[in-house]
Design a protein. Structure first.
Length: 673
């Protein structure tokens, strides 16, 4: 008897291959992604690589997301399969099979799928695991050798997780059969829809939710608020999209129906009327496609931008290959600063390298911020950093490669974004005349635009005046790191990546000696730090590369879910429309008119989510741009290019999926033509 159930299960799966093959393929790919992520995360060789902690954190985060979305994907696709199978199961029931016998058939179908998809996925995952690990290492800039590795724990974890998923799906299918009577099973794949009512309140809610989400995305300027509000905006977009597709689409279609010149055309009449009656079930699928498409576009574009912009990030952070920051509690004199520069050059030359360029800059990074025409104190270190900077005229001109006019000792020049327009400026309650005002360079203005309040340079005549301003700052807020003078020495050097890092280490050791000896640095030196541009580049590359790897994984998963929803939607609607279009042809519609109606319906339904996803992205651009700024990337043009490129590539893939799934629809609907 068991063999009969097994044979029936095998025959059923074979005869329903157009439903089971895509489901099985999605399951296999899900297993491959799940096992690979688990295997890489547990690979012992990862512990010996630089930045392994960051990699493991990102991979663990990705592993959790994949676990959740694999569950959603398989349950969602199973719901399409079981809906189409209900009629067949109803026939079995009518022919005398009890529901417990049908349950046994479903059990063997699930067992076949489990062993084929989980076993096959693990084998493929093992085969490609080294390749994918190499891809991760390459993206992250790691050069360690990668041995062939089979993760026993990864296999165990994969088998357990997908076994639990398949068991949950089997129980769900049992319940579906148990609660249905034979007549309901026979009609299960052909359940019609009543004409839905126009839900005005739901449509208004959808518009309001999207409006609120767009407002948050466009107006939020504080970088520290972006991350929190981003999730609020995401939830509003999801709710608004579902509400708008559910209620707004019905209202829109009824509006088209009320337009007699448009509606009473053969292709429009058939497509609009058909979509109205099924829009309740269409709406959820279309909204899901829109949300998933938006997720794919956001995930891929941001991670690609972070990866491509690694060099841009390091160039923004550091003026040279080796950067020395020395902190003073008073303004160091010119001889002292010159001596510090010579010590840095000497350390580089001792390593056999050549200094190809050098820059120095003295500035006061105090805990201040500008509000209108006032400079006030800020105890919020994060919010205040980079907002207001005191510099001498000579240093500012060298830093910005510009020339300012002459001005007196009591005057102050202001360079800022947003540009300052006042004739005087209030600093801690004391008013100073403004000699001249100017904006910032295009690159720095783009950076300042992402910071609440922007950036303000207060430029004084000379070192003596800078010392006076520092005394004022210290008088207002004595002590603390926020009142230290910062002297920066940045040198460019030749050599390989390893030689540049060796130079940075040599400079670091020399600065430590000077600090401990207390000779060259003078009595007012309070600390220092040495940063290597190459070391920072490798650190950012490792972080961005692992994020891109995760983005590609999740992008594939979301894209796969999108494709399956589109495919099953086309198949389901093909069976539902088959008889309807046959009747329309019998009552007088020509074959050409039927085909035109089909094309009109498919284009309207399946390109609407892509258009809506593009609108979501356009509104989200400012907030996403500020989120990238949290990672140190301030290149708006680069992000816009990555976003446009990702949208273009996704649009091509979406069109190809549309064409392929449309062919399946045409085959079903056009069988009688």
């Amino acid at each position: 008897m068991k063999s009969l159930y097994r044979k029936l299960a095998f025959i059923n799966m074979k005869s329903n291959k157009q439903f089971y093959y895509p489901y099985a393929l999605a399951s296999v790919l899900s297993v491959v992604l799940y096992y690979t992520m688990s295997a890489i995360k547990s690979n012992p060789g990862l512990d010996n690589t630089p930045g392994s902690n960051n990699l493991k954190t990102i991979l663990s985060m990705g592993f959790g997301i994949i676990s959740i979305f694999v569950c959603i994907l398989l349950f969602y696709t199973n719901s399409f399969v079981i809906k189409r199978r209900k009629k067949e199961l109803g026939v079995y029931n009518i022919l005398g099979m009890e529901k417990k016998h049908i349950a046994r058939v479903l059990f063997w179908e699930t067992m076949f799928l489990f062993f084929f998809t989980t076993g096959g996925g693990i084998v493929i995952g093992i085969v490609f695991n080294k390749f994918l690990t190499m891809l991760l290492y390459r993206l992250s800039g790691l050069s360690e050798s990668i041995p062939f590795y089979i993760s026993g724990f990864g296999i165990f974890q994969t088998v357990v997780w997908f076994g639990m998923l398949d068991l949950a799906i089997l129980i769900y299918n049992f319940v579906q059969v148990k609660l249905s009577n034979p007549v309901e099973l026979l009609r299960g794949g052909n359940t019609g829809e009543k004409e839905p009512k126009t839900k005005l309140l739901l449509a208004v809610f959808g518009v309001a939710s999207l409006g609120a989400a767009y407002y948050i995305a466009i107006t939020t300027e504080n970088i520290m608020e972006v991350l929190t509000l981003f999730f609020v905006a995401v939830l509003l977009v999801i709710a608004g999209t579902y509400a708008l597709f559910t209620a707004g689409s019905i209202a829109f279609l009824k509006l088209l129906r009320s337009n007699k010149r448009y509606y009473y055309q053969a292709r429009h009449f058939t497509s609009v009327s058909g979509m109205i009656y099924r829009m309740k079930q269409n709406a959820a699928g279309l909204a899901s496609i829109c949300i998933l498409s938006t997720m794919v576009l956001v995930m891929i574009s941001t991670t690609v931008c972070l990866y491509v912009g690694v060099e841009d990030q390091t160039d923004k952070e550091y003026a040279g290959e080796v950067n020395v920051y020395v902190y003073y509690d008073s303004v160091p004199d010119a001889e002292e600063r010159k001596q510090m520069l010579e010590e840095v050059k000497k350390s580089v030359k001792e390593q056999g390298r050549t200094v190809t360029g050098a820059k120095t800059c003295l500035r006061l990074w105090a805990g201040m911020k500008r509000e209108n025409n006032q400079i006030i104190w800020s105890d919020d270190v994060i919010a205040a950093t980079g907002k207001v900077i005191f510099m001498t005229k000579e240093d500012y001109e060298a830093l910005q490669e510009t020339t300012l006019g002459n001005f007196g000792r009591e005057e102050i020049a202001v360079a800022s974004y947003p540009e300052y327009t006042g004739d005087a400026i209030d600093i801690f309650g004391k008013e100073y005349p403004v000699a001249e005002t100017s904006g910032l360079s295009e690159k720095e203005a783009a950076y300042a635009d992402l910071i609440e309040g922007g950036i303000t340079y207060l430029i004084v005549k000379d070192d003596d005046r800078l010392s006076d301003m520092m005394s004022e700052v210290q008088r207002f807020h004595p002590g603390g790191e926020k009142t230290k003078m910062n002297y920066e020495v940045a040198v460019d050097i030749d050599g390989t990546a390893e030689e540049k890092k060796a130079c940075a280490n040599a400079v670091r050791e020399r600065m430590e000696q000077l600090y401990e000896a207390g000779t060259q640095q003078g009595p007012n030196m309070t600390g220092f730090s040495v940063q290597s541009k190459q070391e920072r580049y490798e650190g950012i590359l490792s972080f961005s590369g692992s994020f891109l790897f995760l983005g590609l994984f999740l992008g594939i998963l979301f894209l796969m879910e999108t494709v399956l929803i589109i495919y099953y939607k086309q198949i389901s609607e093909g069976y539902e429309d088959k008889e309807r279009f046959a009747i329309m042809q019998k009552v007088g519609m020509s074959r050409k008119e039927v085909k035109d109606a089909i094309r009109s319906q498919i284009r309207t339904v399946f390109f609407l989510p892509l258009v809506m996803a593009a609108i979501h992205l356009s509104a989200a651009f400012p907030m996403l741009n500020r989120m990238l700024a949290m990672f140190g990337l301030f290149n708006r043009t680069l992000f816009a290019t990555c976003l446009a490129g990702t949208l273009l590539v996704f649009g091509v893939i979406y069109f190809l999926v549309f064409k392929a799934t449309s062919n399946s629809y045409y085959k079903i609907v056009g069988e009688q033509f």
